[in-house]
Design a binder for this molecule. Structure first.
Ligand code: NAP
Length: 283
C-alpha cells in the first residue's frame, strides 16, 4: 500500500517504523513541519521519503491511506492541505486524542475520513521518541462514519501493527477517555505541582531523593508532553470538567473521612478501589 503520515513525531514516527518493518508491503511517505524532522524520520527508517511539502512527495497521487498525526490543533488544517494532492479514492484518518471536534468535521471535509485514536504513548515526544511496536497489544478506537469500507481498511492497518480496534461514537469516546486518560493527566500534574508547594527546602529535597516506584507511577502522565495535555483540556473541556468536579467531590469525601478519623471508612473506600482497578488495568 501507499501510506502517508502527516506529522512525524512520537505517534507518526512509531507508526511509520512498524509499517516499514512489514517487508515490501508499503511505501510510506511523510510530511512534517521541520526539514530536520523529515531528515531524521528517513534516517531512522520511519518513512521512505519525507518533505515539508506535499507537492514534492513522489507518487502522492497514488496514496491509499493518509494518517494525520499532528497535534490536535493542526489536524483539520492538515486534512485540508493534503486533499488537493490525493485521489478521490484515498482514505484519510487521524490519531487525535479527542474525537468530537474532529470526526464529524473531518468527514465534512473528506467523505472517506475515519476518526481514530490509538491508546498508546510515552512521556516523550518528537521523532526521536518514536519506537517500534508501540501499538502492540494496545487498543485503537475508530469512529464509524459514512464509509464502512474505509473504516475496515484503517482497521486492518491498525491490526497489522498489533492493535485491537474498538468502534465508538466520538462523544462516547471523549467521555470515556476523559476518565481514563485526560483526568489522570490533570490529577498527576496536580500531584507534582502540589508536592512543589512544600515550603521547607530540606523536606522538598529529601522527598525528591526518596521518590521511588509509587511516585514514578503516579506522576508519569502528569510529567509528560505539556502541549498534548493542554490540547486534551482545550478540546475535551466539557467532559474533562465534569469528571474533574466528580473527582474533586470524591477527594473531598476522602479528606472528610481522614479529618474525622474514620479509619474503617477509609479502609472500605480503599478496598472498593482495589477491587475496581482490575476492571480498568489488565496486567
Ligand atoms: P509529537 O511527538 O509532538 O509529534 C507531532 C509532530 O507533528 C511534531 O513532531 C511536529 O513535527 C509535527 N507537526 C506539528 N505541526 C504540524 C503541522 N502543522 N504539519 C505537519 N506536521 C506538524 O506528538 P504526538 O505525541 O505524536 O501526538 C500526535 C497526535 O497523536 C496528537 O493529535 C495526539 O493527540 C495523538 N496521540 C498522542 C498520544 C501520546 O500519548 N503522545 C497518544 C495517542 C494519540 P516537527 O518536528 O516537524 O515540528
Amino acid at each position: 500500500m501507499n501510506i502517508g503520515i502527516v506529522g512525524l513525531g512520537l505517534i507518526g514516527g512509531s507508526l511509520g517504523l512498524d509499517l516499514r518493518s512489514q517487508p515490501n508491503l508499503h511505501y510510506v511517505w511523510g510530511i512534517s513541519r521541520n526539514q530536520t524532522t523529515c531528515d531524521r524520520a528517513v534516517a531512522l527508517g520511519a518513512v521512505d521519503v519525507a518533505s515539508q511539502n506535499f507537492a514534492s512527495i513522489p507518487q502522492i497521487d497514488r496514496t491509499d491511506v493518509v494518517f494525520i498525526c499532528t497535534p490536535i490543533s493542526a489536524i483539520l488544517s492538515a486534512i485540508t492541505s493534503v486533499i488537493p494532492h490525493i485521489s478521490q479514492t484515498a482514505i484519510i484518518t487521524d490519531v487525535g486524542s479527542v474525537k468530537s471536534s474532529i470526526s464529524l468535521q473531518g468527514q465534512m471535509l473528506w467523505s472517506r475520513f475515519v476518526g481514530g485514536h490509538p491508546m498508546a504513548g510515552t512521556a516523550f515526544s518528537g521523532i526521536e521518541a518514536a519506537e517500534r511496536s508501540l501499538f502492540q497489544q494496545r487498543v485503537c478506537v475508530l469512529t464509524p462514519g459514512i464509509d464502512r469500507a474505509a473504516l475496515e481498511m484503517v482497521r486492518s492497518i491498525w491490526e497489522s501493527v498489533g492493535a485491537t480496534v474498538y468502534e465508538s461514537s466520538p462523544e462516547a469516546h471523549d467521555r470515556a477517555v476523559a476518565w481514563i486518560s485526560h483526568l489522570p493527566v490533570i490529577v498527576s500534574a496536580g500531584l507534582l505541582l502540589a508536592a512543589q508547594r512544600e515550603g521547607n527546602d530540606e523536606i522538598s529535597q529529601l522527598a525528591q531523593k526518596l521518590a521511588s516506584s509509587g511516585f514514578r507511577d503516579t506522576s508519569r502522565v502528569g510529567g509528560g508532553n505539556p502541549e498534548l495535555g493542554r490540547m486534551m483540556a482545550e478540546y475535551n473541556q466539557t467532559a474533562l470538567l465534569d469528571h474533574l468536579y466528580s473527582y474533586q467531590q470524591t477527594l473531598q469525601d476522602l479528606i472528610t473521612m481522614i479529618e474525622q478519623g474514620q479509619w474503617q471508612e477509609i479502609q472500605t473506600a480503599l478496598e472498593v478501589a482495589q477491587h475496581l482497578r482490575p476492571l480498568y488495568v489488565r496486567e
